[in-house]
Design a protein around this ligand. Structure first.
Ligand SMILES: Cc1cc2nc3c(=O)[nH]c(=O)nc-3n(C[C@H](O)[C@H](O)[C@H](O)COP(=O)(O)O)c2cc1C
Length: 219
């Protein structure tokens, strides 16, 4: 049996699923539960201070007519430091944190002042990237150095934009190489699941880790 939803179910009125529209989240995100990878994007602000932005609306792809690996940051706030610094410097690093680093990475949201070194003030270590002019977080198990390619609004006039970056190169810890589905693995963001058939009180978004299923396939 499948439930069908096209309009927001009445049972979600007055819940977080409706209220979250104020933060730019659609009600469907809460009932469809599709996870998105979570990482910290680092850049230099125009005053030379490291910037750090938690990001989880994102996808990764290759292109048949492009000789590279690309990241689509699906929704970047035009009013944020990331958008500003990416447009100035045209480079960034994507830093992937294991769950023990999650809280420190989240502190960058409070330490978001323009004058701040958002990495150091959050208890993390800023290192210079190798191939692009951007900082990266030493403690993160993987750092992908990227260059800016293009941006586009998903809907005309939106205050968030989709941005395509190309991965120039990466730094990857041995532990992750040896066990990608272990404790040191990519984290995912899952919006607080709401079941419209049985609405409960508002909860918090989930942090999820990937576990391997039994199936596999060959090309
Ligand atoms: C788990 C998580 C995921 C986030 N994903 C995004 C995102 O995809 N796009 C976005 O614009 N903001 C996102 N944010 C909010 C930004 O991280 C936050 O507004 C940050 O302070 C902006 O920093 P900046 O001004 O240095 O760019 C996310 C926050 C969290 C906690």
């Amino acid at each position: 049996m499948k439930y069908q939803y096209k309009e927001m179910p009445e049972s979600m009125s007055g819940t977080y699923g409706e209220f979250a529209k104020n933060f730019g989240f659609d009600w469907k995100e809460f009932i469809m539960g599709i996870p998105t990878p979570m990482f910290l994007v680092t850049t230099y602000k125009s005053n030379g201070q490291p910037n750090a932005t938690m990001q989880s609306w994102a996808g990764f792809t290759s292109a048949n007519h492009g000789d590279g690996y690309y990241v689509i940051l699906c929704s970047v706030n035009k009013r944020g430091h990331l958008y500003q610094s990416l447009n100035e410097k045209k480079v960034a690093v994507l830093n992937f944190m294991s769950s023990d680093l999650y809280e420190a990475c989240m502190k960058t949201i409070q330490n978001n002042q323009f004058e701040a070194d958002e990495i150091t003030s959050s208890g993390l270590t800023a290192e210079k990237a190798s191939w692009v002019e951007a900082p990266m977080v030493a403690e993160c198990f993987m750092n992908l150095e990227c260059r800016y390619l293009w941006e586009k609004e998903i809907v005309p006039g939106d205050d968030h934009v989709m941005i395509c970056l190309e991965v120039v190169g990466g730094h990857i810890e041995k532990d992750y190489m040896e066990d990608m589905f272990g404790d040191k693995g990519v984290l995912y963001n899952v919006h607080y699941p709401i079941n419209p058939e049985d609405v409960k009180e508002k909860g918090c978004d989930y942090v999820a880790a990937l576990r391997k299923a039994n199936q596999s396939y060959e090309y």
